[in-house]
Ligand binder design. Structure first.
Ligand SMILES: Nc1ncnc2c1ncn2[C@@H]1O[C@H](COP(=O)(O)OP(=O)(O)O)[C@@H](O)[C@H]1O
Ligand SMILES: [Mg+2]
Length: 367
């Protein structure tokens, strides 16, 4: 029939900027323009008279044949992949229309290369995915920060409540007792009684003074500034043993350090928190605090031989409310440029270690 399309039709297709071909109802190529041979890298002699399905990706051939079958209902645009002789694929858009020459179905196909478009789409999708990931990560960190600051506020509030309660209970009661003693002194003039009351007031004042000393020391160890880390720790450990019945060994060795006050305060707090953890969680009554100093570094270790735990468990899982103690110690150590590590295992005791290099000036780091 159409020993292809007639002459004018061929001229039209050849003049097209797009690749184009005509097919019989079963997909045999009747004619193709030079753009199509360039696109497929096949000579027209190789293409003409053979089924176009041959150069369509094998998994899409069925769909292509179905598409041909649907053309009676109108033109169709559909994406397929052309398979080159080197087995590479290139995505194309087929725009197919039934020309129905002399009542016989003849399909005209315009083939548009959409590789660039696909690449752009993919690149867009990838970068969108990338930004989405960044965004989610950012949100997660924000959430974590919010959780942390809520925790810090809560702990701060608890600490204030504790301080106010202790001051109220201890000092308040002592002052009330002193007041009572003084009132009875005013009305009762017996010398023996006066002496007894004065003594009692004196005792109460001493008790209040002791309390203020210990308590203010707990809140901020001024001794650190006056006497240094080791004496401050010795004093803390003495009080700690007295209050808890624990036995703590303090081993200090090496040359006097050059740690600054921020660093000393952090090391002091880490000892406080670690010993409190030994008391609360380890199930043992003994611990050792070791400090090794050199001109260039300080290593601090708090070791117990209690029941131990899995330090991985208290890391940053948001579901488990992480103990603020371990988190706080880690964060404080980071602030002074120290390395913090917890070595522990169920049944194997716990070792908290801080290593601090003393290089040049060291002040609290901002971030
Ligand atoms: N010395 C220790 N021995 C056994 N378990 C410990 C020890 N120190 C910490 N832990 C475990 O690590 C958890 C986290 O400690 P921490 O962050 O200080 O929180 P908290 O003391 O408020 O529970 C504790 O709940 C405990 O299970
Ligand atoms: Mg704790």
């Amino acid at each position: 029939m159409l020993k292809g399309a007639d002459h004018s039709y061929r001229v039209l297709l050849e003049g097209l900027n797009e690749a184009a071909l005509t097919l019989t109802a079963d997909g045999t190529i009747l004619y193709c323009n030079s753009r199509f041979t360039e696109m497929t890298k096949l000579a027209s002699a190789q293409l003409l008279g053979s089924p176009v399905q041959r150069i369509i990706k094998s998994t899409e051939r069925k769909l292509f044949e179905m598409t041909l079958g649907q053309l009676a209902e109108g033109p169709i645009r559909r994406e397929f992949n052309l398979q080159a002789t080197d087995r590479s694929f290139s995505p194309v858009l087929f725009s197919i229309k039934n020309l129905g020459l002399e009542g016989i179905p003849v399909y005209c196909v315009v083939v548009t290369d959409i590789a660039d478009q696909k690449r752009t789409e993919e690149a867009l999708q990838k970068s969108e995915l990338h930004y989405r990931k960044l965004f989610l990560e950012e949100q997660r960190i924000q959430g974590e920060l919010r959780r942390l600051s809520r925790e810090i506020l809560r702990v701060q509030e608890e600490e204030r409540a504790r301080i106010s309660r202790e001051i109220h209970d201890e000092i308040g009661q002592t002052l009330t007792a002193i007041g009572l003693n003084l009132r009875t002194l005013k009305s009762n003039g017996k010398p023996s009684e006066i002496k007894r009351k004065v003594q009692s007031v004196q005792d109460l004042l001493e008790k209040a003074s002791d309390f203020i000393h210990v308590f203010s020391h707990q809140i901020h160890p001024s001794m650190l500034e006056d006497l240094g880390l080791i004496p401050a720790l010795r004093s803390f450990i003495r009080d700690f043993e007295k209050n808890t019945g624990m036995r703590i060994q303090l081993k200090a060795s090496g040359t006097p350090g050059r740690a600054d006050i921020d660093q000393k305060a952090v090391l002091y707090r880490i000892v406080q928190e670690s010993l409190t953890n030994v008391l609360k969680h380890s199930g043992t009554q003994k611990a050792t605090v070791t400090i090794r100093k050199s001109p260039h570094a300080i290593t601090l270790e708090i070791v117990d031989e209690g029941k131990g735990f899995d330090p991985g468990d208290v890391s940053v899982t948001p579901e488990k409310r992480q103990g603020l103690g371990v988190l706080g110690m880690r964060e404080r150590a980071r602030l002074i440029g120290g390395k913090f590590k917890i070595l522990s295992q169920p049944g194997k005791g716990t070792r908290v270690r801080v290593h601090l290099s003393l290089g040049g000036t060291t002040t609290l780091k901002e971030s």
